[in-house]
Each structure stands twice: as structure tokens, then as C-alpha cells.
Design a protein around this ligand. Structure first.
Ligand SMILES: Nc1nc2c(ncn2[C@@H]2O[C@H](COP(=O)(O)OP(=O)(O)OP(=O)(O)O)[C@@H](O)[C@H]2O)c(=O)[nH]1
Ligand SMILES: [Mg+2]
Length: 289
């Protein structure tokens, strides 16, 4: 589908939405996992309504794929709005040692009540929610006593809820990834597709790759030029589809007769972004920082 009409809300996501609400009563806190490369687009606008007054912590995952300078800007933005957040990476383990403190801080009153009742050290229970492919199961596996949550690099791997005991003294409830029925802004659908939260099969990959060229030109022109051996002056004056075509030519992605192999070029750009090969990239900044 064209990039201004991207949507992916299959029946199992509507079910997950219900699963979140049904299980709220049995957890102390909700841990919302965002993608540090797209902190705005990966924040499900429905979560607030779904979890109501339940304590909540925000964890921005995939830190090592994202731009540290942009992460600093996002952290300051969260703090300015009176919210705390932590950055983690499930492949390297970065930031995971701060999870317990973040949960304790968010639950300080409840923990105090448990202590007053002589129930200090009681296991806390947390539900992990977030968009598909953001690393919920990976986070749980990093923290679990026994690896047990299935992880794959495609959205929609976890299909049912699953409890896991962790070394933090917190029991974690893994949830399937959930999006929302309609992305109000075109950029949000594009960002979720670029980073792999929306299933590749439901989007026009070429249009998404053009959007990526636009972001890279605007935010990381030198990384773009370096990776695809493009002339900075050319990039400055080029439209996204022209950048796409130039990258295809540089990589020799041509069909017989010299036409550009558009499918292969779209795959290349998106795969290289996801693998971190273009560089450490954050695709958006706070809107009113
Ligand atoms: N670089 C990097 N990759 C990560 C990180 N966390 C997870 N991944 C990768 O992202 C992909 C998805 O991870 P999962 O843990 O299956 O994601 P999920 O949120 O459980 O996905 P669903 O169950 O489909 O909703 C896998 O290829 C992971 O190896 C991270 O912090 N950094
Ligand atoms: Mg999962």
C-alpha cells in the first residue's frame, strides 16, 4: 500500500489490546518498550487509555542502533515533561542494570506499603508492552533465569502472553506486539515500516525506502554519502527518489538493459538501516523540544 495509507492491525492485535486490559489487575507495573530510533512513532497512543492509572515506566530499546546525541535530546525532553525513561540494548545488555531502580522508583509507595505489612522482598509483577519487533521477548530473555521467550527478527513472533521469572526479583509478563488501527501521520507509518515493526508484506517497500532517503538526507547526509559513495552536493539538491536511484547505480543494482532494480535497492536500503550498517541513526526528534 502507498506510504500515506500504511496500516497493520490484524485481529490478533485487537486481541492483544484486550489481553493487556484483562491482565492489568495481576501486575504492579507496566513497562512500555519503545524503539530508541523512533521514540515518537513507536509510542502507541492507545496505551495510556488501556493501562489507566497503573504505574508505568518507559524503556527505549535498541540503544546501540540509535544516535547517542539524539538519545540525549529525547532524555531531556522526557525529563522536561516530568517523565523518566531509560535506554537499553538487549544485544549488549546496555542499561539493563537500571531496570530494577526504575521499577522501584515508580513503585516506591507500593513497596513501602508492602514493607509496612512485613512483606518486604515480595516479588513484583510487570507487564511488558510495545510495538512488534521492538525487543520485548529479547528483554525478557536477557533478564530471565531460563531463556524461554521466542525471538526472531520479524514482527509478530510472540502470539500469546507468557510469564517469566527474572533475576531482578520481578516477574515479567511477555505480550505480543501491538499497533493501533490507524496512523494519523504518514511519517509514523513510514518509520514503523522502516524499522521493521510493520510487516514488510503489507507495505510498498520502494516508497518506504524513498522515505528513508528523505530522513537520511535531512538528518544524516554525511552517513548517507559515505555509505553509498554519493556526492554531497548532489545529495543536497536531490529528491529522495533520485538519491535512491543513485545508490542503486553505485551498488550495481541494475536489470538487463540498465534499468534500476528497484526491489533489490529497497531491500538493500532497509536491510542496511535495520542492521545498523548506515550508522547509528535516530529517525526523529521531539516535535516541540
Ligand atoms: N540491535 C538490537 N537488536 C535487538 C534489540 N532487542 C531486540 N533486538 C532484535 O530485534 C528483533 C526482535 O526481537 P524480539 O525480542 O523478538 O521482539 P518482540 O518485541 O518480542 O517482537 P514480537 O514478539 O514480534 O512483538 C530480534 O532480531 C532481536 O535480536 C536491541 O536492543 N538491539
Ligand atoms: Mg516477542
Amino acid at each position: 500500500m502507498p506510504s500515506d495509507q500504511i496500516q497493520w492491525f490484524p485481529g490478533h492485535m485487537a486481541k492483544t489490546r484486550r489481553l493487556i486490559q484483562e491482565n492489568l489487575g495481576s501486575v504492579d507495573i507496566v513497562i512500555e518498550l519503545l524503539d530508541a530510533r523512533i521514540p515518537y512513532s513507536s509510542k502507541n497512543p492507545e496505551i495510556k487509555r488501556l493501562i489507566g492509572a497503573k504505574p508505568h515506566v518507559t524503556v527505549l530499546n535498541k540503544y546501540t542502533l540509535s544516535d547517542p546525541e539524539a538519545c540525549r535530546i529525547w532524555r531531556a525532553y522526557y525529563e522536561k515533561n516530568g517523565e523518566s525513561c531509560i535506554f537499553t540494548d538487549c544485544l549488549t545488555g546496555y542499561g539493563l542494570d537500571r531496570m530494577r531502580d526504575a521499577v522501584n522508583t515508580a513503585l516506591s509507595e507500593k513497596i513501602k506499603r508492602y514493607e509496612d505489612k512485613g512483606m518486604a522482598g515480595r516479588h513484583l509483577k510487570a507487564m511488558i508492552v510495545g510495538i512488534p519487533n521492538v525487543g520485548k521477548s529479547s528483554l525478557i530473555n536477557r533478564l530471565a533465569k531460563n531463556k524461554s521467550a521466542k525471538v526472531e527478527n520479524r514482527p509478530g513472533v510472540t502470539t500469546a502472553k507468557q510469564w517469566v521469572t527474572t533475576s531482578l526479583g520481578i516477574d515479567l509478563l511477555d505480550m505480543p506486539g501491538v499497533l493501533w488501527p490507524k496512523f494519523d501521520e504518514r511519517e509514523v507509518g513510514e518509520n514503523l515500516s522502516m524499522t521493521g515493526a510493520v510487516k514488510d508484506e503489507v507495505v510498498e517497500r520502494e516508497a518506504v525506502a524513498y522515505a528513508l532517503c528523505e530522513r537520511l538526507k535531512r538528518l544524516y547526509p554525511s552517513l548517507l554519502c559515505e555509505r553509498y559513495k554519493l556526492d554531497p552536493e548532489f545529495v543536497e539538491g536531490a529528491e529522495p527518489h533520485e538519491i535512491f536511484e543513485a545508490a542503486a547505480r553505485k551498488r550495481g543494482l541494475l536489470l538487463k538493459g540498465g534499468e534500476i532494480n528497484r526491489d533489490r535497492c529497497a531491500d538493500l536500503l532497509l536491510d542496511e538501516l535495520r542492521a545498523g550498517k548506515i550508522g547509528k541513526i535516530t529517525l526523529e526528534r521531539p516535535k516541540n523540544a
